[in-house]
Ligand binder design. Structure first.
Ligand code: AMP
Length: 126
């Protein structure tokens, strides 16, 4: 059964897997949650630590944000920093893919927090 969610512009979102994780309709290994943000482990990790930090509100990508989202974007980076600290990462990468050409598969804004091993062999994400 498919459910609808309300997107940033008031539009109905259908079958967004990350919206389903936010709604707890899909299981996820959640490592952080507050009113506007949730972070969970990537189902196909490319390193020992691979966590996705997402806004609970459906936003397609960084490209569809504007200056009114700057507080939220800063908060997403803050959560990325916090989960990296909690994972005791000496060094790590924070990245977001934007659009098909940028390697984005899931069209719900997310930051990848990746670490736990040297990342020199990891030129691309997705
Ligand atoms: P991107 O290519 O930037 O859109 O990345 C999407 C990421 O979401 C990939 O690294 C996937 O492994 C991850 N992913 C997809 N479905 C799930 C899921 N149900 N739970 C956790 N991670 C997921």
């Amino acid at each position: 059964m498919s459910k609808s969610y309300i997107g940033a512009g008031g539009e109905k979102m259908t079958d967004c897997i990350f919206c389903k994780i936010v709604a707890k309709e899909l299981p996820a290994d959640i490592v952080y949650e507050d009113e506007q943000i949730i972070a969970f482990r990537d189902v196909k990790p490319v390193a020992p630590v691979h966590i996705l930090v997402i806004p609970k509100r459906h936003i397609e990508s960084l490209q569809t944000t504007d200056s009114t989202d700057d507080q939220l974007l800063g908060a997403l980076m803050g959560v990325a920093r916090q989960v990296a600290k909690e994972q005791n990462l000496a060094g790590y990468r924070v990245a977001t893919n934007i659009g098909k050409e940028g390697g984005q598969v899931v069209k719900h804004l997310h930051l990848h927090v990746i670490g736990g091993r040297p990342l020199s062999d990891l030129p691309a994400l997705g």
